[in-house]
Design a protein around this ligand. Sequence first.
Ligand code: ADP
Ligand code: MG
Length: 311
Amino acid sequence: MGTGYSIKIVGLPAGIDSKALEHSIIKLLVNINSVMSTYQQDSELSRFNRNHSTQWVAVSSALATVVTEAQKISQLSQGAFDVTVGSLVNLWGFGPVHLTSEIPSLHQIEQAKEQVNFNLLKIRSLPPALKKERGDLYVDLSAIAKGYGVDQVATLLESQGINNYLVDIGGEERLKGYGPKGTAWRVAIEQPLAGERKVAHILDLTVGAVATSGDYRNYFDQNGKRYSHIINPSTGWPITHNLASVTVFSATAMEADGLATAILVLGPEQGFQLAEREQIAALLLIKTPAGFREEVTTHFMSNFLLGKSAE
Ligand code: ADP
Ligand code: MG
């Protein structure tokens, strides 16, 4: 997944060997990568992307599960979130092959945009299968697969009777129970600053998942403008609004991960409206000349207490 992970467990149940547990977690994550990574040429998803057939293709249930959740979020966001955005992601140099840090030509953008449309990707569940209605669709699950991985690790831990844990893959987290001090887990929300790490808020949580999507880690600059890895499928261009980051709290990390990206694509007004309408607990950090302005949804306010800013 091109990132690091950390798993914290408090109070390992008797009879569980931590080394053996570590090995099963690594095996699980390696497996997920071999299904849905676009960085691995031989992954199931890479093979599906190279296969230009427009017939049903049998896939693993893991792949079908993630695509099903992705399509649900595409419907909710009217295509702002779209895992068929891959050809644009690749064109802008944010895919597995880093071709460029330059603005593509308008012609190239128009061409790649033609290949993007979540409605052309069909799912069947029993048995799991996917079908492209356009042979050159390119599916990129980077905005949601990390969340899925976090949930799978959490499920594995719970199956071992572990009830106090915090799982983090590249900043997407899921937690339960209490931390090492016997109190709630403390989750930090970053200020959306490029090149430095500063905490905006700390939240005390005892159950659930949290994911953040932002434009401040993965981007390139050209002529004083920032071009980030979050692409608006309807324009074919990286987002240009002033919403810098979105943090979503949800029951599953997969949902939080996907929704955070969806809201970020939609921007400060439409994104906020979607979050309110769908009763999503979200925190939006919006760039202003005077620093970041924060907006939280009603569902966030009624469920979470924002800890004091660290600074
Ligand atoms: P991160 O991977 O940095 O945690 P996200 O979860 O927001 O952030 O995922 C960003 C990735 O999602 C991009 O690198 C790209 O591969 C993909 N992506 C970009 N735009 C979209 C979009 N509109 N819908 C779905 N996926 C997208
Ligand atoms: Mg995401």
